[in-house]
Design a protein around this ligand. Structure first.
Ligand code: ZN
Length: 224
């Protein structure tokens, strides 16, 4: 038994008593105390941390916690089951409909690009946020009405989202990356498809792991 075990047990009992805040504190302490070599125990703490985060309404944080847990234990695990349940084809929090999944991915891709043009990487005001949202909503409607998304998989849609140049009212710094998403497994010299295992060796699908799309909460807080 390591020093983190009692904290883990304490957190679980908080969860059973419907006290997610208390559980969160216990799991965070457990994570700090757990030696990195105890991968299964770490994975277990991360799994329960994800449960506490979902109960607190932070599904994005929960997904990150379960992804980290899944990377530690490379086989079937409760964290993988939760990832399948709560994440979508973009590796983001699953929304109420596929269209909302697409919209959130589109918004995040464009928000990411916008933030990269700003030295602060931050949105300064509600007015600025509204401006971005209005602008992106217009572009989204046009994209949807064009029919270009019909019958495409998330990976193809992501490429479309990245090719779509939204001109923001503030100065757009040139960002001349190649926006197509063509992940490659260099070891095998093959292109990866969305369902292929990630090259990092986690055993997760590429789009659920290193190829996942970062949500607004991560982009704005800078925590990935
Ligand atoms: Zn990966």
């Amino acid at each position: 038994m390591s020093r983190c075990t009692p904290r883990l047990a304490e957190g679980k009992s908080c969860l059973a008593k419907h006290d997610p805040h208390g559980a969160l504190r216990s799991f965070e302490q457990a994570l700090k105390l757990c030696p990195p070599a105890r991968r299964r125990e770490l994975a277990s703490i991360l799994f329960y941390l994800g449960i506490a985060l979902v109960r607190l309404g932070n599904k994005g944080g929960a997904l990150r916690s379960w992804t980290a847990a899944s990377r530690l234990v490379k086989r079937r695990s409760p964290a993988r089951t939760m990832l399948r349940r709560f994440s979508n084809g973009y590796g983001m929090v699953r929304q109420a409909s596929l269209e909302l999944d697409d919209l959130h991915a589109f918004y995040s891709v464009q928000l990411d690009r916008y933030l990269k043009t700003k030295p602060s990487r931050r949105i300064g005001s509600f007015a600025e946020r509204d401006m971005i949202w209005d602008l992106l909503s217009q572009h989204w409607s046009e994209l949807k009405d064009s029919g270009m998304l019909v019958g495409r998989c998330p990976q193809e849609k992501l490429s479309l989202f990245r090719r779509m140049r939204v001109v923001f009212p503030t100065v757009m710094a040139a960002d001349e990356r190649d926006f197509s998403v063509i992940p490659v497994n260099f070891a095998r010299k093959e292109r990866l498809s969305a369902a292929d295992r990630c090259t990092c060796g986690s055993g997760l699908a590429y789009m659920a792991c290193c190829g996942r799309t970062h949500g607004e909460d991560e982009l704005l807080s800078g925590s990935f």
